[in-house]
Ligand binder design. Structure first.
Ligand SMILES: Nc1ncnc2c1ncn2[C@@H]1O[C@H](COP(=O)(O)OP(=O)(O)OP(=O)(O)O)[C@@H](O)[C@H]1O
Length: 302
């Protein structure tokens, strides 16, 4: 479990993290979301003791990272897949990590196999693609078989098969009872991977809820209807008190009403519907709505 308590970090005038408070619980994948510059990486670095908080604290297994006796057995992290010595082989890199952290060498082969790099263990890292480096970073995070995992943008540079692999891996690790914190800009992927979301903007906590609750609360839902007689439907809806607007091909979208009441209204007026579907915003749409005011850099319309 990770506990972030009143965590703040200033860089000169910039308040990168501002009084953050959240928990990353075992058994679930927690997605860590926020626009560019929101403070995600800074928060993760403070959890790992790589940056000192200006105020507050971050605990892993009840202690600050610096006080963990066996850090790699407590928390595995992937922050920057490039932060490895390119001249080493993949196996050499993991052996060195295992050795310096007093971990059994058998873990090296286990994690190489787990991330699909067993065949290239003898190759030098400098020849690795970004996707292979990401896999190696995940292998290093898993080396100590830790109950807590933290990954910053692990799907960066991965192809669709790799993205799917990370998703299955993270969900499997959570199902084993581990606490998993993962940041990503790929919303469609987070919607499939994360059970829970912690959303930040300009260093502040904007949301801490399950993924479905987040979409419910911040996304819009509307009912799409189409009728056999499009003109009759148009006359009915435009003459009603419903918030309805025409969309493509004679279809209408109604907000703020349940499908039952729309269907009953249509039936009472002899309008035969052949489509009535509830459309929910995607996680991306919900995220864009909620963080609209927290975007550090935004394209300005010319
Ligand atoms: N070492 C540093 N010195 C000065 N400012 C910094 C430093 N590290 C981060 N910042 C600033 O702190 C803020 C948060 O940055 P951070 O990298 O944590 O955001 P992020 O959410 O990880 O962004 P991204 O999604 O772009 O990776 C930004 O305004 C950034 O410019």
């Amino acid at each position: 479990m990770i506990e972030v308590q009143g965590l703040s970090k200033s860089y000169g005038e910039t308040l990168a993290v501002d009084g953050l408070e959240f928990e990353v619980r075992p058994g679930v994948v927690t997605g860590f979301l926020g626009p560019n510059g929101a403070g995600k990486t800074t928060t993760m670095r403070m959890i790992l003791g790589l940056d000192r908080p200006t105020a507050g604290r971050a605990l892993v297994a009840g202690r600050p990272y610096a006080e963990l006796a066996d850090p790699l057995r407590q928390v595995g992290a992937l922050l920057d897949a490039h932060a490895v010595h390119g001249g080493r082989t993949a196996r050499g890199h993991l052996r060195w990590l295992a050795h310096s952290n007093d971990l059994p060498e058998s873990r090296v082969e286990a994690v190489l196999a787990q991330v699909g790099l067993a065949d290239v263990g003898r190759k030098r890292i400098k020849g690795f693609s970004l996707g292979m480096r990401q896999r190696l970073g995940v292998a290093a995070a898993l080396l100590g078989d830790p109950p807590v995992l933290m990954l910053d943008e692990p799907v960066n540079g991965l192809d669709p098969e790799g993205i799917r692999w990370i998703r299955t891996l993270l969900r499997g690790l959570a199902a084993e009872g581990r606490a998993v914190l993962v940041s990503s800009h790929l919303m469609s992927e987070m919607a499939l991977t994360a059970d829970h979301l912690v959303v930040i903007g300009r260093g502040r906590l904007l949301a801490d809820s399950t993924t479905p609750d987040f979409i419910d609360r911040h996304g819009r839902s509307r009912v799409r209807v189409r009728a056999v007689d499009a003109e009759k439907l148009a006359a009915l809806l435009s003459g009603s008190r419903l918030a309805a607007e025409p969309v493509d091909g004679g279809a209408w979208e109604v907000t703020g009403a349940e499908p039952e009441s729309i269907a009953s209204l249509a039936a009472a007026n002899g309008v035969v519907l052949y489509e009535i579907t509830v459309q929910q915003d995607s996680l991306e749409e919900a995220f864009m709505r909620m963080t609209a005011d927290s975007v550090e850099y935004r394209a300005v319309a010319a």
